[in-house]
Design a binder for this molecule. Structure first.
Ligand SMILES: C[C@@]1(CC(=O)O)c2cc3[nH]c(cc4nc(cc5[nH]c(cc(n2)[C@H]1CCC(=O)O)[C@@](C)(CC(=O)O)[C@@H]5CCC(=O)O)C(CC(=O)O)=C4CCC(=O)O)c(CCC(=O)O)c3CC(=O)O
Ligand SMILES: NC(=O)C1=CN([C@@H]2O[C@H](COP(=O)(O)OP(=O)(O)OC[C@H]3O[C@@H](n4cnc5c(N)ncnc54)[C@H](O)[C@@H]3O)[C@@H](O)[C@H]2O)C=CC1
Length: 190
């Protein structure tokens, strides 16, 4: 059973720390920016890949060219770690735990409070996929499949449904009933 509880974070209202500025740091940074481009991100690492430096020029990213210190956790909401030093990764996890900050240690499920998911996006529709850590590659394939089969005009449908909902007169119960009726018809027509 997959007991992970899915939520959709308003990452753009948070300050996120990334520890490590190599391939993993870049991968996680790109995943964050793709979904939440205005996020405030602080990245610390003695060496930082040039692609990360490039991204920092056009985003709210602060770079610190120094090894991790516990002070870096100050005022951070979530932390993502991916250095090439397992003992550093473990220390960040211990520090986060003691401060009640949620932490993801890349490729080390046992040290994670949350996982990054595979994400399907079409307009306002977003679907997060988890395999409970069993196979990220399978999650990627499911993403590709859903991305292909969800119609391109889904945004139009969502916009129309929002307009209809806003134009409905009546109490909450009536609106729920009506919206269910409308979306049932569109399901049957498909
Ligand atoms: C538990 C989790 C923790 C976390 O990192 O959050 C985790 C763990 C591990 N990943 C590993 C490897 C790979 N990860 C990917 C890809 C992705 N991995 C992602 C998430 C997660 N990965 C979390 C679980 C998500 C779930 O429940 O499904 C995605 C969804 C999101 C993201 O990371 O952005 C992203 C897909 C993005 C997309 O949609 O394309 C690929 C495939 C590829 O790149 O083609 C490979 C290589 C193939 C392979 O090795 O299987 C390894 C082995 C490392 C080693 O070799 O030692 C571990 C460790 C372990 O499993 O023990
Ligand atoms: N690159 C990948 O896709 C994968 C990587 N891994 C593992 O993940 C780890 C990281 O991989 P890469 O990002 O490719 O390594 P990398 O060598 O590209 O980057 C390592 C980063 O960690 C930083 N670092 C080292 N000590 C630090 C400290 N004390 N504080 C803060 N930052 C510190 C370095 O300055 C560098 O920016 C490796 O152990 C690797 O085996 C596992 C699976 C896939």
């Amino acid at each position: 059973m997959n007991t992970l509880f899915p939520i959709f974070l308003k990452a753009e209202q948070m300050t996120i720390l990334i520890v490590g500025g190599g391939n993993v740091g870049l991968e996680k940074l790109e995943a964050l920016l793709k979904n939440s481009p205005l996020s405030h991100i602080v990245l610390v690492a003695p060496e930082i890949k040039s692609e990360i430096v490039e991204l920092s020029k056009s985003h709210k990213i602060e770079l610190f060219y120094e090894p991790y210190r516990v002070e870096h956790l100050h005022d951070k909401n979530i932390v993502i770690v991916g250095t090439d030093r397992p003992e550093v990764n473990k220390q960040v996890q211990i520090d986060c735990k003691s401060m009640g900050i949620l932490v993801n240690v890349a490729d080390t499920p046992d040290l994670c409070d949350f996982y990054l998911g595979s994400v399907v996006t079409k307009g306002d529709l977003k679907i997060g996929i988890s395999t409970n850590g069993k196979s990220p590659t399978f999650a990627k394939r499911i993403r590709e499949m859903l991305q292909d089969i969800i119609p391109e005009n889904i945004q139009e449908t969502l916009d129309n449904l929002q307009k209809i909902r806003n134009s409905l007169k009546g109490d909450f119960e009536y609106k729920v009933k009506k919206m269910n009726e409308i979306t049932t018809i569109s399901k049957e027509e498909k």
